[in-house]
Write a protein that binds this ligand. Sequence first.
Ligand SMILES: CC(C)(COP(=O)(O)OP(=O)(O)OC[C@H]1O[C@@H](n2cnc3c(N)ncnc32)[C@H](O)[C@@H]1OP(=O)(O)O)[C@@H](O)C(=O)NCCC(=O)NCCS
Length: 193
Amino acid sequence: MLKTDRLIIREFKNDDFEAVHAYTSNPDNVRYVTWGPYDREGTKAFIDRCIARQNLTPRPSYDLAITLKDTGKLIGSCGIYISDDRMQAVMSWILHMDYWKQGYMAEALKVLLKFGFEELKLHRMYAGCNAENYGSYRVMEKCGMRREAYFIKSKRGRPGIDKEWYDEFMYAILADEWRAGSGTPESEDRMKI
Ligand SMILES: CC(C)(COP(=O)(O)OP(=O)(O)OC[C@H]1O[C@@H](n2cnc3c(N)ncnc32)[C@H](O)[C@@H]1OP(=O)(O)O)[C@@H](O)C(=O)NCCC(=O)NCCS
């Protein structure tokens, strides 16, 4: 379980279904992700997959529910997918659109990076996003991640739907950068949890 000022980020449970389906089933909510919108079977398969992986050793991924500390309401999810050599991880995230633009995902990503570097001892964490997805790349910039690639028409998927080629940004941060950044005054805000 990971905690921030306003959030508790925890393992998924079967009774999270309705809260998860509220965003996985909404086409506007999943416009910039590579999956969905899910019907009820799709959402159930996602939750089943997350729960099944909780007991694997070594654990290949952490799909975690983002909940509000005050009410316990599930507002989204985030994931860490670890490479076979367990040195790097790619991340993903989504929030129910009722909770966008309130700083929640930056808060979640900061603690996710801390978990990846301090607990999982990763060397590098990274994520890609559609170059139109301002919310997603701004969250990464707020957390000290660097834009290190701009791929032109490299991915085929939404918006479109699934018919258009789109540009992709790749952002990353190394463990050394994260450690160095966490101690400096100018990065205090972006690294603070
Ligand atoms: C991307 C996402 C996780 C951002 O989370 P968030 O908690 O809203 O992010 P923040 O509140 O920290 O906002 C970061 C910045 O992005 C902006 N922003 C957030 N969501 C936005 C949106 N949908 N459209 C435009 N701008 C958005 C915020 O206004 C803020 O801008 P600023 O730094 O210039 O003030 C959220 O929009 C989301 O779940 N989107 C759908 C799923 C998705 O695209 N996932 C990523 C796939 S790569």
